[in-house]
Design a protein around this ligand. Structure first.
Ligand SMILES: O=P(O)(O)OC[C@H]1O[C@H](OP(=O)(O)OP(=O)(O)O)[C@H](O)[C@@H]1O
Ligand SMILES: O=c1cc[nH]c(=O)[nH]1
Ligand SMILES: [Mg+2]
Length: 211
């Protein structure tokens, strides 16, 4: 399985706070941002570095380093993925942002696309998809399909919680895409919600009520 579970103690502690039934919208939003920042640090660990000559403070040339290649694009999946955006941008403030809108149909659990605005040169950029929840995996597979249609080849997925069903679907459809998650949970319930999970992440981040 192409999955990396981030087990840093801060990540585990914060995720557990998010699982509490009475976690308020404000607290959930703050924890989403904090977790995203910590997890982005781990998910970018294998970025390639290249030498880069710079002017040093005393006028001499110094052999510096920089991240190789074209700037990363972060891909939040609307809506809930927006909750992770600021945390990732804290670490990579120069990142380009490509937004994808998908709404899971509550009956069929199939993703319904409603928005797509990708940055240029997708074929040259690494992409980091962000969404708190990987449930059936339908939304993630649809997003990866969109990115690959634009030529994107270097794709990672960053989620707070993953279900085994979603990991299987993504791994089968796109074995080249590594999934980074804070937890691989037990299973999906009959409504397609992750157990134990976090509940409806979009509703918690935006303060909307789930019918
Ligand atoms: O793996 P899947 O079964 O596709 O489910 C996961 C998707 O469902 C949620 O979004 P939702 O469709 O509820 O939209 P929202 O972010 O607007 O709440 C979640 O944020 C993922 O995008
Ligand atoms: O558990 C789940 C599944 C899909 N979307 C959510 O927000 N939570
Ligand atoms: Mg939702």
């Amino acid at each position: 399985m192409n999955i990396q579970i981030i087990t840093h103690p801060l990540v585990r502690h914060k995720l557990s706070l998010m699982r509490e039934a009475d976690c308020s919208t404000g607290k959930f939003r703050t924890l989403t941002k904090e977790l995203s920042r910590l997890m982005a640090y781990e998910a970018t660990r294998d970025f390639e570095i290249e030498p880069h000559e710079i002017d040093g403070w005393d006028g001499s040339k110094i052999q510096g380093e920089r991240i190789k290649g074209k700037t990363l694009t972060i891909v939040p999946i609307l809506r809930a993925g927006l909750g992770m955006l600021d945390g990732v941008l804290d670490l990579i403030p120069t990142a380009k942002i490509s937004v994808v809108g998908l709404q899971r149909d509550e009956e069929t659990l199939q993703p319904v696309p409603y928005f797509e605005k990708l940055v240029d040169n997708m074929d040259l950029r690494p992409a980091l998809i962000i969404d708190p929840m990987l449930a059936t995996g339908g939304s993630m597979v649809a997003t990866i399909d969109m990115l690959k249609q634009k030529g994107c080849r270097n794709i990672k997925a960053l989620v707070l919680v993953a279900a085994p069903e979603g990991v299987k679907l993504v791994n089968e459809a796109h074995p080249d895409v590594t999934i980074y998650t804070a937890a691989l949970d037990s299973h999906l319930n009959e409504n397609g919600y992750i157990i134990p999970g976090l509940g409806d992440a979009g509703d918690k981040i935006f303060g909307t009520k789930h019918a």
